[in-house]
Structure formats: structure tokens, C-alpha cells
Design a protein around this ligand. Structure first.
Ligand SMILES: [Zn+2]
Ligand SMILES: [Zn+2]
Length: 565
């Protein structure tokens, strides 16, 4: 592997203090301190460039059943604008895979790397479909990856929660079940989606508020969130509970979002795609921004982190585990089609194509709410930049989103094009904040690394993995972040001025929390009575994971010391 030195770049590395011009030296895939007079295979002049760690997307739907269903549902996404198949291009790497809102696995890796991203995490892995999710992510070139397994709507969890009663007398058993599921599926975290609500929908409940009992199990979303968050804390899983809250997309859902924060009782958690959960019901259209209330809650709770799930105008496809809410939105599908699916009754799945329109009051306000949240939360370490790809828009719009956040006049220009009532009524036009390069580096690499417990990523100090993006400074931040001059993955040059130069296989991040193996007696009985898969075939071993992952490296993250009994 070539050794490299990047000379004189403006290094923006928030974990190591203020940004300064300095050299970055790389040897054997790691960042090192260069010895005086030491020579390197690649000696690059990075003056006039901003140097950051590789980008990390902690919430992007890139692997598993939903993604493939979305691809199958959206053949138009794999054709050019005139409806013809993609014409052969001069770039052979672009031929192999295409698509924008539901790109193929190869296109997913290529497009991320071309923007300077080096890791991406699938947030909604169904436990019984974990092999497929890992295989699909293993087929994505270059990027390191990992996944959060969905819990909180599976029959066994809800049954155990009901049996334990309000005091959760069987908490240790539930905690063991969560740990077992994470190890069996090789997960990096746990995501709860519409806590209890996906299951309730199967019993024909069409909504489930935070303190409303599930009609079958008589447990509430509040209990589900509390027990999952506490268990992850006690297991020492670095990434706290990843929460897709109740009532996604519903006017007035800020009440549910604040109740969910309240339910956590001070435990750490990550609230995902909060733009979709920050709606008031005021004004003539009974749909208003609750960005300020959401931001106030985040500012008052330093143990809470968020990602935004910004919407971007244009065609996309929404893909979610939240069958209840996707069914409710399916009438708005554009084009007019959708898919709902289920596997083993452990979670859910809904795929609805959608076009966000500037002329739509609701869509324009959603756009403004997302940006307001970015600008109102004070501490950038609590915020991660996402579009909830592809739900708010494709990840390829990140450079555009960065410009909106860094350039007020550009933002105001865009705002002026929107539905006039939104422009007049929302607070965005009066917000002067422009995010700095340091803040962008935090929201796109340093904070996600910290929130995931990736100790050698998201930073550029000696010993860190040499995942590096070098951007030529430009006042047009969209152009700057669209096409980095150089991108390195573990020290290998993988892209240069938007052209791929190498496609190494990425690694898999996962955690291995401990548990009492007597839980397997309960699990074996449950799978025998209710499952369609032999229990002994459920867990994915490390050798198998390596095969699933195209031979990529296994990157287990350490759990921290348990904090409770
Ligand atoms: Zn979600
Ligand atoms: Zn999502």
C-alpha cells in the first residue's frame, strides 16, 4: 500500500481542536507522524484545500428487503430522464450500476465515495432478514458499513414486556434477548420504529400514541422505548437506542416526539429523521413548524442526539419499516403504487414513491422545518446531517444541503421560490446562522463516529484510520463538496476529482454485547412454535459474516463497561 503525505492542507478535525494548516501523513492505512526528512510514495500539495476525515452516514437505507423492493418498484429510476435505458457512458464504472433514489449496490458505493464518504449505516435491518442485509451491504464497494436491528414490534419482545408488567419484573430476560438478537444478526445498534405501532397495525390499530395501549399486548410505546433504551445502556452498546418515533408525518406530532424524550427519563438516545417528527397543527392549514420546540428539547437534553432527515425537492421513494404510517401515506404515492410487506412478523415494511414539490405548502414547510432544526440546535455534536436516504431525498443531494446550511443568501434564494404562504409564515428567512466548516465536519463525520463508538474514525490524529477527503476550497460549497480532489479509504486512493481510482472491499462494523445463554431456551421454543426458520440457522457466525461481506474485514466495536445489574 502506497504511503502518502498531504502537504499544507487546511485540516478541519474538530476532535483535535481548531482547524489549522498542517501535513497529514499516511502509512499502512493509518495516519502517522512523519519523521523529519521522511519520503512518501505519494507526495501531494494540498494547499488551498480543506482536509477532513471521510464522511460517515449513520442513517441511510442501503441494504435489505426494503431497498430491493424499492428498486423493483421503481424501474423508472434506472432509466434516463427520457425513459430510455441508461446509455453506455465513457466511464465503465458507471455502466455497472445506476439509479438515483434507489441506486444499485455498486452505484451506492461509487456515488458516496465520489463525495468523500467512506462509511454508511443501514438503520432498519429486520432480524430474520439480516443475512440479506449484510450481503447487500457487502456488495457495496469501498464503504465500511453496519446496521441497526429493528426491535420493539416483534411478538416475543411485546409478549415479554406484557408478562413483566409495569415494573418490568423480567427486565434481565428482555435485556438478554436484545443482546442475543444483536449478536445473532451482527448489528451495530438497535432501532425502534413506531414503538409497538407496527405490531398494533397488524391488529388493525391505525394509530398509536405514546401512552396508548397496544390492543393485543396492552403495553405502550412509552414502555417499549424505556426498556430498550435502558437495556442498551446496561449492555454498554456504544450507539444508544435509535428511535423513529410515533406518528411519523402526522400534523401535531411534536407532542409525541416530546413525550418520547420524556419517556427516556434522562437515558441517552438518538432520535432519527426528526424533521418528520417536528410538526405542529397551527395556522389555517393546521400544519406548522415545531422546529423551535424540538430544538429547545434537544438543547435542554445533552444526552439526546438527532439526525434531521432533510427533504430535497424532486422524485424519491420512501422506504420504511413503519407499515402503519406508510399505509396511511400510500394514497399520496407518486407514481401511484406502493408495496407493504412483512417477514416473520418481527417488524414491517412499506415502500411508497414520492415527489417533493416546491409548490406544495406541506412539502415546502417540511423543507423549511428541516433547515430550521439544523440552525436552531446549538451544539453541532448533537446533530447529524442526513436526508434519511431515500426518504427525504437521495444522499447525492448532501453537497446541495451543505450549501444551504453554509450560505444564507443561497438559502434565501431557494426559500423565495417556494409556496408563498410558507415563505411568509416560517422563521427560516429570519435565521442568519451560516454553519462553519468545523460544524459541517462535526455533523458529517466527527459526531456520527462518536455516536457510533468508532474510536479510530471521524478524526485525523495519529493512529486513526486513513479515511480522508480533500476538498478544493471554493465559495460555492455545493461544488466544493460534490467533487473532492482526493479521497482515501484506509490509506488507498479511491477517488480523484470525481473519478474512481480503486474499489477495495469495505468492512463490517458490529457489536457483541454479552448475555446469559439461558435465554436461548425461551428463544428456541419461540422459533419452534412461531418461526419458519430453524433456530440453529438464525445466528450469523463471524466466518459467515465475512463471506456475506465479500471477504471484507470484520470491525467489532467494543462495548463499554456495563452500568447496571
Ligand atoms: Zn425510520
Ligand atoms: Zn430511515
Amino acid at each position: 500500500m502506497a504511503s502518502t503525505i498531504l502537504r499544507g492542507g487546511h485540516v478541519v478535525d474538530p476532535l483535535h481542536g481548531p482547524s489549522v494548516p498542517r501535513d497529514i501523513a499516511v502509512r499502512d492505512g493509518r495516519i502517522v507522524v512523519a519523521a523529519p526528512g521522511e519520503t512518501f510514495d505519494l507526495d501531494l500539495d494540498a494547499r488551498g484545500c480543506t482536509v477532513m476525515a471521510g464522511g460517515i452516514d449513520l442513517h441511510t437505507h442501503i441494504g435489505g428487503g426494503k431497498v430491493n423492493l424499492a428498486r423493483a418498484l421503481m424501474p423508472e429510476d434506472h432509466r434516463d430522464g427520457s425513459g430510455n435505458p441508461i446509455a453506455p457512458s465513457v466511464d465503465p464504472l458507471r455502466l455497472a450500476s445506476c439509479g438515483t433514489c434507489t441506486p444499485g449496490t455498486l452505484a451506492t458505493g461509487y456515488r458516496y465515495v465520489e463525495m468523500g464518504y467512506t462509511a454508511a449505516f443501514e438503520p432498519a435491518m429486520v432480524a430474520s432478514n439480516a443475512r440479506h442485509a449484510h450481503m447487500e451491504m457487502g456488495d457495496v464497494p469501498v464503504l465500511d458499513h453496519g446496521a441497526y436491528v429493528m426491535l420493539g414490534n416483534d411478538e416475543l419482545f411485546l409478549q415479554l414486556l406484557a408478562e413483566g408488567g409495569p415494573a418490568c419484573s423480567n427486565f434481565a430476560q428482555i435485556r438478554d434477548y436484545i443482546a442475543w438478537t444483536m449478536r445473532a444478526t451482527k448489528a451495530m445498534g438497535v432501532k425502534v420504529v413506531n414503538p409497538g405501532g407496527i405490531s398494533a397495525f397488524k391488529f388493525n390499530q391505525r394509530k398509536l400514541d405514546v401512552d396508548e395501549p397496544h390492543v393485543r399486548w396492552q403495553v405502550t410505546p412509552r414502555q417499549v422505548v424505556q426498556v430498550l433504551a435502558r437495556a442498551l445502556r446496561e449492555l454498554g452498546v456504544p450507539h444508544p437506542l435509535h428511535i423513529h418515533g410515533s406518528n411519523l408525518g402526522v400534523a401535531g406530532n411534536i407532542a409525541s416526539t416530546l413525550q418520547t424524550i420524556d419517556a427516556l427519563e434522562g437515558l441517552p438516545a438518538h432520535l432519527t429523521h426528526v424533521q418528520f417528527h417536528a410538526y405542529g397543527n397551527e395556522g389555517p392549514k393546521k400544519f406548522s413548524s415545531a422546529a423551535l420546540q424540538l430544538a429547545d428539547a434537544v438543547n435542554a437534553n445533552p444526552q439526546i442526539s438527532i439526525d434531521v432527515g432533510q427533504i430535497v425537492f424532486g422524485q424519491t421513494v420512501t422506504a420504511s419499516g413503519d407499515t402503519m404510517r406508510q399505509f396511511a401515506q400510500s394514497a399520496l404515492g407518486s407514481p401511484r403504487k406502493w408495496v407493504g410487506a412483512d417477514i416473520e412478523a418481527t417488524a414491517g415494511c412499506g415502500v411508497v414513491p414520492f415527489r417533493y414539490r416546491e409548490a406544495s405548502y406541506v412539502n415546502a414547510l417540511q423543507w423549511a422545518i428541516g433547515l430550521e432544526i439544523f440552525l436552531l440546535v446549538k451544539n453541532p455534536w448533537q446533530v447529524v446531517l442526513t436526508t434519511d436516504h431515500p426518504n427525504g431525498g437521495p444522499f447525492t443531494s448532501y453537497p446541495h444541503l451543505i450549501r444551504l446550511l453554509m450560505d444564507r443568501s443561497f438559502r434565501d434564494e431557494q426559500l423565495a421560490r417556494l409556496h408563498p404562504e410558507v415563505v411568509a409564515s416560517c422563521a427560516l428567512g429570519s435565521m442568519a446562522r451560516e454553519l462553519t466548516l468545523d460544524e459541517i465536519a462535526i455533523m458529517t463525520r466527527a459526531a456520527p463516529a462518536k455516536l457510533l463508538g468508532l474510536t479510530d474514525r471521524g478524526r485525523l490524529g495519529p493512529g486513526a484510520a486513513a479515511d480522508i477527503a480533500v476538498y478544493r476550497d471554493a465559495t460555492d460549497r455545493e461544488a466544493m463538496f460534490r467533487t473532492p480532489s482526493w479521497v482515501f479509504k484506509d490509506g488507498t486512493l479511491v477517488a480523484q476529482r470525481g473519478k474512481l481510482t480503486a474499489t477495495p472491499v469495505g468492512g463490517t462494523h458490529f457489536v457483541e454485547p454479552g448475555f446469559d445463554s439461558t435465554i436461548e431456551t425461551t428463544l428456541r421454543r419461540h422459533w419452534r412454535d412461531h418461526g419458519s426458520v430453524l433456530f440453529d440457522h438464525v445466528a450469523i457466525g463471524c466466518d459467515e459474516l465475512c463471506q456475506c461481506n465479500n471477504g471484507g474485514r470484520l470491525l467489532p466495536a467494543a462495548c463499554f463497561g456495563a452500568t447496571g445489574g
